[in-house]
Ligand binder design. Structure first.
Ligand code: SF4
Length: 497
């Protein structure tokens, strides 16, 4: 356990998140004060306001011995309560704690003080504020303590994204539709997914409610003059629906929304055991131009361990059928850090995927989410440690480059193995617009169905409102009108939207 004393600021949450990144202590206890003579580990951080400057210090005591010190005086100007001033102070406080902890622990933390899930957003903000690349590199290194390799990755991705997300076109929005059903629940799943055995009888009722939300939201967006740039049907596993249900669902969407400027239509076909020729044909005929077929791993033992009932043969069949039917952009998801997998298992998965040469490859680093079965049974599994996870991530990078893929979007999650990142790779001109828009939050995403979280963006105010739908399928079926009203309130609150 580490005890933490903070003085002169209220960044308890942010400091807690930063300390967690070091992965050394199960418990972080915030205490009011510390006096020499107390046993245990204590971190004391203090920010003293000296007018135009702040004196910021961090001291770490282990059983009363001072084992690490960081001190500095920083110019942080602005009125009390000013958002920019608060942000700067927060960064300096985190950097002071980070440096003290680094001296003490000798950990390897490539992302520095960054604990947020969208690293590239910082680059877009700095570019929008007219900083040049060298200045941005300097800020990320000096202020955020991010290592060069990650800075280059962030820059690479952000610069690639810009032509897709700028200039911001306020007429366009993206649509997300949630189909929260799956054949079985994966060990690591934290999504609103209902195993089909239990969920089956509910699917019709669910689709009925979803149709209400689609029709009403389509009408509302039409009145506001909004058109769809991209559609993403995710979940869950949308291809648990029958071909007829998929056809009907897509037709509801087309009838309700203005698709005259639609550029991209993705359906997560996810689990290969839910994909057949009929469904693929229905998707293709309806203009779906990107699908995901997600192996996660190609190792049969791991597949069975994580609760996925498909085989490599299912992936082969689904992939080549999809290619034969004419899908130009197929994404494959893999996860590194799965239980009982080492570097050889990851290499095996990548070697097989290389044979498919998909247009998109998404590499997730396993995140142990509180609501997953994995979190409840962690002691039963041997998980990859930080160094191994890094080695695995590097291997995926090498394979991606060999397949002619480059990174085009990224995000980070809490509780990720090795505190790393998730990366989306693509072949040239196969970037997924939806993925970039959802990460950079420059375009509104209207999310329908159980667990959908809409994000309404107000670019002129540099502001964003989140409007969540209920996650539970039964609740969603009963309360669909309320879900529509929630969005209506936010969407019509400001005339600028
Ligand atoms: S396929 Fe995805 S949504 Fe379905 S159970 Fe597995 S992780 Fe969850």
């Amino acid at each position: 356990m580490i005890n933490v004393v903070l003085r002169g600021h209220g960044f308890e949450y942010e400091v807690g998140e930063l300390i967690k990144v070091f992965g050394l202590w199960r418990d972080i206890k915030f205490v009011d004060d510390y006096k020499i003579g107390k046993d245990g580990l204590f971190l004391i951080n203090e920010a003293i306001d000296q007018g135009r400057k702040y004196l910021i210090s961090t001291k770490i005591y282990e059983n009363s011995n001072l084992v690490s010190v960081e001190e500095g005086s920083y110019k942080i100007e602005g009125n009390k309560g000013n958002i920019e001033k608060r942000k700067k102070l927060k960064r300096k406080v985190k950097a002071s704690i980070f440096d003290a902890l680094m001296k003490f622990s000798k950990c390897d933390i490539p992302w520095g003080i960054l604990t947020g899930i969208r690293p590239t957003k910082i680059i877009h903000e700095l570019l929008d504020s007219k900083y040049n690349i060298e200045e941005i590199k300097g800020i990320l290194k000096e202020e955020y303590r991010i290592r060069d390799e990650k800075i280059n990755l962030m820059l690479d991705i952000a610069l690639r994204e810009r032509k897709y997300i700028y200039p911001i076109d306020e007429e366009l929005v993206s649509l997300y539709i949630s189909i929260p059903f799956c054949p079985t629940r994966c060990l690591y799943c934290s999504f609103p997914s209902n195993p089909m055995k239990e969920g089956n009888k509910k699917v019709d009722e669910y689709l009925r409610s979803l149709s209400i939300e689609i029709i009403k939201m389509g009408k509302l967006l039409g009145q506001l003059g909004k058109k769809l740039e991209s559609i993403y049907i995710g979940g869950g596993t949308p291809t648990t629906l029958s071909s007829m249900q998929l056809d009907t669902l897509i037709n509801w969407i087309f009838e309700a929304f203005d698709i005259s400027r639609l550029k991209e239509f993705t359906v997560e076909a996810g689990r290969p055991d839910t994909i057949d020729r009929d469904k693929l044909k229905v998707l293709k005929l309806n203009g779906v131009n990107r699908i995901s077929i997600n192996p996660q791993t190609m190792n049969p033992k791991t597949l069975s361990l994580i609760g996925r009932k498909h085989s490599q043969h299912d992936i082969d069949r689904a992939f080549y059928e999809a290619k034969e039917i004419g899908f130009d952009t197929i994404n494959m998801d893999v996860i590194i850090g799965l239980p009982k997998e080492g570097i050889d298992e990851v290499r095996n998965t990548l070697q097989i995927i290389k044979g498919f040469s998909p247009e998109n490859l998404t590499v997730h680093t396993l995140a142990i989410k509180r609501s997953s079965r994995l979190n409840q049974s962690l002691d039963d599994f041997q998980m990859a440690k930080e160094t191994l996870a890094k080695e695995m991530l590097n291997l995926t990078k090498n394979y991606a480059y060999e397949m002619g893929l480059y990174p085009y979007y990224m995000y980070r999650q809490k509780y990720m193995v090795g505190n790393l990142e998730n990366l989306g790779y693509c072949k040239k001109n196969h970037e997924c617009i939806y993925n970039m828009q959802i990460m950079e939050e420059k375009q509104s995403i209207v999310a329908l169905g159980a667990g959908g979280i809409s994000k309404i963006v107000f670019p002129s105010d540099n502001r964003l409102e989140r409007v969540p739908n209920v996650k539970n399928v039964d609740e969603y079926i009963k309360r669909v009108e309320e879900m529509v009203d929630r969005k209506r309130v936010e969407l019509t609150k400001y005339t600028s939207f």
